[in-house]
Design a protein around this ligand. Structure first.
Ligand code: ADP
Ligand code: ADP
Ligand code: ZN
Length: 856
């Protein structure tokens, strides 16, 4: 009866039940996930983790959420997700979903850590309510009359003085006010003087009814009597509201006082700004620095000439703007001080210092009430950022300069501010960019989400995080078509006993990363690349030697200066010399040893193309060879078809209905584009005649549909083609289709396609490869493949420098340069240097301790 029903309902309520999921490579999987728990989904790259988390669970969550609205309001929403139903039979027990993925923060270059977290919004209120204006020239604080002060002054006037209470409709400049007063006098008002403070003396009745003085509204006309004080105060209050804080009293007949909240320095006449919240917004014309328009930096440096610039997305903006010194605000805004500190100075404090300042802010007791709300909101937000290990940030930091992992943690912190329960949070590798030390703080935060009654699902590779999960799902066994099955679903302890799970074998210690070797590079007479006197950001006049022809890891806790050293100093320095470029670089004294290098190449995880036109085949060059092969076939020659005809990127042989894309876009106005298979070519990308040319029975379109492994078999007797394919297979991408659109590859897949191209082109001379956290998104099994590639580059005589947190990876490097000891101002020094085993023995830094545990 009822009881049974309820119990069953409860049972259902505690599970998310997925039946028959077939999206992308998922093999019709069934899966039960416990609610109110921390779930980790793991598996090798391409096994289907993101597909399960984002393309199935989140897509369905969003779809149901939107279905609750009328169809019409869907359009108004401009929803950033697809409306399509994911390919799954049933999902029961699904809660509302919130996905916190690795995406860069808003593209507006004016966004800052403060604006994204709303800390700036609350801080602006504090500045507007409590700030004191200081004249920049005379350095005296400028005070406006408060309403009680005005009432008091007016009551000292002779009885029957007549008053005019004025409220400008918009904030008035001193010049405008002056002009108005001059006009008032012309129209019959007596004696108008203007000198800093304004005095006005005029007969009342002559004020025109229809005010030509659009600056002002007359709020009230009063005669001072014994009991007028109350009405006066009310009128002034109203005037202040109408004029958004600017009110005045003109005394007519006899008096000689004009009160104003318009602020002018009594000594030099400098017109002080009115501290409204907009004044402190660099998005607002009232607050923004006029020379950089709130960007905080000067003219963007031209992109460097030379090698492909697609890789070189601007990652930092160059010199701070000379006029606002990077604070983004104008001088008027910066003239307002809160407890002695301008808005710009507050924005440059690192978060712990900012927090201390906020907490100890000296506020007059009378103003405590208006200060406490915003201050509490600010502290709450700062604490959330500190909990996530972001203490080295400052609120003025450009949001676009954050790494994707930092941006994700910022978004997590925002979620902490709006506590929800009953939500399914989906996170994409939150441990990325975190030093082993900070991982624990992250986990504690995630536990807080769970304990507040939410389900937290992570796509994660970190075996340490995996141990802390309540429930683990392992997908695999391989990537792409070889993946998409559930190998394990249960508590973390069980995975080590799971047959066929690579994750389990690594977690149980049965498998360890290979390639570990200690070398003493200096003794072997290898050259070094020596950078001296690096002092950008927090770098403390560093001099660092990077061994040439070796794999070096630059390590250290977040904010210790790794990126500043490698990506923003060393990389542009080498590049500017080799390619005579003018990429922005952080300051340093000298660079030696670069003459031995032939090129420098930074490899990141950006997509290999933003359109379907760039595919693993085209990107690695194997497709060029394949086109030549097809162009040289007898049948092609007989018909006069040349190699170009087999390209889907140029006219000639491709389908013109879709211009070789194989699909067509349907414009959905407000919704994201929806694509359908091209009806003309059925998705083959080519016109009929082109497809009639065949090699071993396969058309060029068939070749694009082959996986690397299939192609290896078909083209095994053609060495040039086979070699290129073999490299793709060696780096673990045997499952990718040659024609898979580049924008559907995962970050790790894209990175390996890039590396495969490098391995395939065998350049002469030494190249310097710089990689920023290449293990991001990689299962430990994929990390092994990555190490194998980097080792091969080193064997070919190249130099590889990697910024990395992954402890097993660091353990496999030749040389480690460890920065620290902490993040932000407490970092920027070399705290340890040498082969990883030596570092582990010597100890003394966070990284050394982590390495010691690894080698044990
Ligand atoms: P993981 O997150 O485990 O690395 P994904 O879920 O991203 O794996 O991908 C699983 C498989 O589905 C991969 O082979 C990937 O290339 C493929 N895939 C991902 N997105 C798409 C897409 N939009 N269209 C077609 N295939 C896709
Ligand atoms: P890591 O790479 O070790 O995490 P970073 O080099 O990114 O460290 O940061 C070192 C210091 O420089 C930190 O205090 C950080 O907040 C600051 N910083 C990094 N990038 C920028 C930037 N674009 N603008 C201003 N400060 C930055
Ligand atoms: Zn077509």
């Amino acid at each position: 009866g009822m009881t049974a029903m309820t119990r069953e309902d409860e049972g259902l309520g505690r599970l998310i039940r997925i039946r028959g999921a077939r999206q992308h490579n998922l093999k019709n999987i069934d899966l039960d996930l416990p609610k109110d728990s921390l779930i980790v989904v793991t598996g090798v790259s391409g096994s289907g983790k993101s597909t399960l988390a984002f393309d199935v669970l989140h897509a369905e969550g969003c779809r149901r959420y939107l279905d609750a609205f009328l169809p019409a309001s869907r359009f108004a929403f401009g929803a950033p997700w697809r409306q399509e139903r994911p390919d799954v039979d049933v999902i029961e027990g699904l809660s509302p979903t919130v996905a916190i993925q690795h995406r860069r923060l808003p593209a507006d270059p004016r966004s800052t850590v403060g604006t994204v977290t709303e800390i700036s919004d609350f801080l602006r209120i504090l500045y507007a309510r409590l700030g004191t204006v200081t004249c920049p020239a005379c350095r005296v604080p400028i005070r406006a009359h408060t309403i009680p002060e005005m009432v008091q002054e007016v009551q000292r006037l002779p009885e029957k003085s007549r008053l005019l209470v004025l409220a400008p409709l918009a904030p008035v400049t001193a010049a405008d006010l002056g002009k108005t007063l001059v006009r008032l006098r012309r129209e019959g008002f007596a004696r108008v003087r203007f000198e800093g403070w304004v005095h006005l003396l005029a007969p009342l009745p002559t004020l025109p009814r229809r005010s030509t003085y659009d600056l002002q509204v007359v709020v009230d006309r009063l005669v001072v009597t014994r009991d007028a004080a109350r009405r006066l105060a009310d009128s002034l209050e109203l005037a202040a509201q109408l004029g958004r804080g600017t009110a005045g009293v003109a005394v007519l007949d006899g008096g000689e006082v004009y009160f104003s909240q318009n602020r002018v320095c009594g000594r030099c006449g400098w017109e002080a700004p009115e501290p409204t919240p907009q004044l402190f917004s660099h998005f607002h014309p009232e607050g923004a620095c006029p020379s950089c328009q709130g960007l905080g930096y000067g003219q963007k440096a031209k992109p460097a000439r030379g090698k492909s610039s697609a890789e070189e997305a601007p990652h930092w903006e160059g010199e701070p703007c000379g006029s606002c010194k990077g604070s983004r605000l104008n001088q008027r805004a910066l003239s307002v001080l809160l407890d002695g500190c301008s808005f710009g100075e507050a924005g440059a404090l690192d978060l712990p210092a900012f927090r201390r300042w906020m907490e100890n802010l000296s506020v007059e007791p009378a103003k405590e009430a208006v200060a406490s709300g915003p201050r509490r909101e600010i502290l709450r937000r700062v604490d959330a950022l500190l909990d996530l290990g972001l203490d080295y940030l400052h609120i003025g930091r450009g949001a676009g300069t954050l790494s994707s992992g930092e941006a994700q943690r910022l978004r997590l912190a925002q979620q902490l501010n709006t506590p929800l329960s009953g939500v399914l949070y989906l996170l994409d590798e939150p441990s990325v960019g975190l030093h082993a030390r900070d991982r624990e703080r992250l986990l504690r935060t995630l536990f807080r989400f769970r304990d507040a009654g939410n389900t937290v699902l992570l796509v994660e590779h970190d075996l340490e995080v995996l141990r802390w999960a309540d429930h683990v799902v392992d997908l695999g066994p391989g990537g792409g078509t070889e993946g998409g099955r559930v190998l394990y679903s249960g508590p973390p302890e069980g995975i080590v006993r799971c047959e066929g799970s690579l994750t389990g074998r690594y977690a149980g210690g049965a498998k360890k990363l290979g390639f570990e070797r200690v070398s003493s590079w200096a003794a072997q007479g290898h050259g070094v690349l020596r950078l001296t006197g690096a002092k950008g950001r927090n770098l403390k006049n560093l001099s660092v030697a990077f061994p040439l022809g070796r794999l070096t890891c630059v390590t250290g806790v977040s904010g210790s200066g790794k990126t500043s050293l490698v990506r923003d100093t060393l990389y542009p320095a080498v590049r500017n010399r080799l390619h005579r470029g003018n990429m922005p670089e952080l300051p340093y004294n000298g660079l030696e040893g670069w003459e031995d290098l032939q090129g420098v190449f930074r490899i990141d995880q950006a997509p290999i193309g933003t359109t379907p036109r760039s595919t693993p085949g085209t990107y690695t060059g194997v497709f060029d060879l394949l086109r030549n092969l097809f162009g040289n076939l007898p049948e092609a020659k007989a018909r006069g078809y040349r190699a170009e005809r087999f390209s889907f990127n140029t006219k000639g042989g491709r389908c013109e209905a879709c211009q070789g894309e194989g699909r067509q876009r349907i414009d959905m106005v407000l919704l994201p584009d929806v694509f359908v298979t091209c009806p003309a070519c059925g998705g083959s990308r080519y016109e009929e005649a082109t497809l009639e040319i065949r090699f071993k029975g396969y058309s060029i379109a068939d070749v694009l549909h082959m996986t690397v492994a299939q192609a290896l078999e078909v083209f095994q007797n053609l060495p040039a083609i086979r070699n290129r394919l073999q490299i793709l297979s060696d780096v673990g991408l045997h499952y990718l289709q040659l024609g898979q659109p580049g924008n559907t590859l995962s970050g790790g897949e894209a990175q390996r396609v890039r590396l495969a191209r490098e391995l395939g082109c065998r350049v002469k001379g030494q190249t310097l490869y710089i990689l920023d956290e290449p293990t991001r998104g990689l299962h430990i099994h994929d990390v092994e493949k990555l190490l194998w590639i980097l080792r091969r580059l080193v064997q070919q005589g190249h130099t590889v420098i990697v910024v990395e947190h992954h402890v097993p990876f660091i353990g496999c490097a030749d040389h480690v340069i460890d920065l620290g000891p902490e993040g932000g101002p407490e970092g920027g020094r070399v705290v340890a240097e040498g082969p990883p085993r030596v570092l582990a023995e010597k100890g003394g830094s966070h990284t050394a301790r982590a390495l010691a545990r690894f080698f044990r």
